[in-house]
Design a protein around this ligand. Structure first.
Ligand code: A2P
Length: 271
């Protein structure tokens, strides 16, 4: 049973407000156990990518489960090395995922030169019904402005690194003003800062863990967090965030934690 809230994307597609991130879950048995633990604890949203090398394990785990395809939200992303063969590579992704469509298909990175044509390929895939929604990942405001000027279909999503230590308020505001849902990857800053004293005091106040505070912050600013864990207890904990909210004092304290901490790719200087 789904535990998260449901949002609507600009494409009309419904998206659960918390997803299980599968970055760096490459081992087959670990990935399948992770997806199973996710399903068992109420996740219906799974975030994969070609470069994660686990689409086939996600597909297999979903097939083995009793969950109906229409009851789960599956995302994959076109790897930067496949921007010149988007459609062929995507068909392979569908085969690996054992599905006729994905719920969300993203361009993984704003690759210079190749991203315009790659977006048109995504528009074709969407028109064919093989991706219910299309979007981008790691796009800055500059990349988005350029895309918005040149697209037939607006990106429904921009998936970026976002957490209390990398808050990106201008990017989030720009996306929200333009009807682009922001998904937060590495919402736990890759495990860094979970012992931050400010987060620990807020966690204590709410009787929650610091990880849950970080995830709740993503929700409270209107984004969709995609926490990754391969441990069943943490997977469960990371979606158990719907029985409290952060108040204005908590939010003010968390605002002061922003320090532009990037734990992954930095697309700022990509032309
Ligand atoms: P593990 O997979 O061993 O549980 P992010 O989603 O920001 O990339 O963070 C992922 C990192 O945070 C992983 O190292 C993961 O470790 C760890 N992690 C995930 N959930 C929790 C949690 N609830 N408490 C502590 N660490 C967590």
């Amino acid at each position: 049973m789904n535990k998260a809230n449901i949002y609507k994307l600009s494409s009309g597609t419904q998206i659960p407000s918390v997803g299980l991130g599968l970055w760096q879950v490459k081992d087959k048995s670990e990935c399948m156990a992770t997806v199973k633990a996710g399903i068992d604890t109420g996740y219906t949203h799974f975030d994969s990518a070609q470069i994660y090398q686990n689409e086939q394990f996600l597909g297999e785990a979903l097939k083995l489960s009793s969950v109906k395809r229409e009851d789960v939200f599956v995302t994959t992303k076109i790897h930067v090395g496949n921007f010149l063969r988007v459609k062929g590579s995507f068909n392979k992704s569908l085969t690996k995922l054992q599905t006729e469509y994905v719920d969300l298909l993203l361009l993984h990175f704003p690759v210079s030169g190749a991203r315009g044509k790659a977006w048109r390929d995504l528009e074709d895939i969407h028109a064919d019904g093989k991706a219910k929604a299309i979007g981008v990942s790691n796009y800055t405001v500059r990349h988005l402005k350029q895309l918005l000027k040149n697209c037939k279909i607006k990106p429904a999503v921009n998936q970026v690194e976002l957490h209390v230590f990398l808050q990106q308020p201008e990017l989030v505001a720009f996306c929200q003003e333009n009807g682009i849902l922001v998904e937060a990857y590495s919402p736990l800053a890759h495990g860094q800062g979970l012992d931050d004293p400010v987060l620990m005091s807020i966690a204590k106040k709410h009787g929650k863990s610091t990880a849950q505070i970080m995830i709740r912050w993503c929700l409270d600013i209107g984004t969709v967090p995609l926490p990754k864990s391969t441990h069943a207890d943490r997977i469960k904990q990371n979606i158990d965030v719907f029985d409290f909210e952060l108040d204005s004092t908590d939010m003010e304290k968390i605002n002061s934690l922003d320090r532009n901490l990037r734990t992954c790719w930095d697309p700022t200087n990509v032309i």
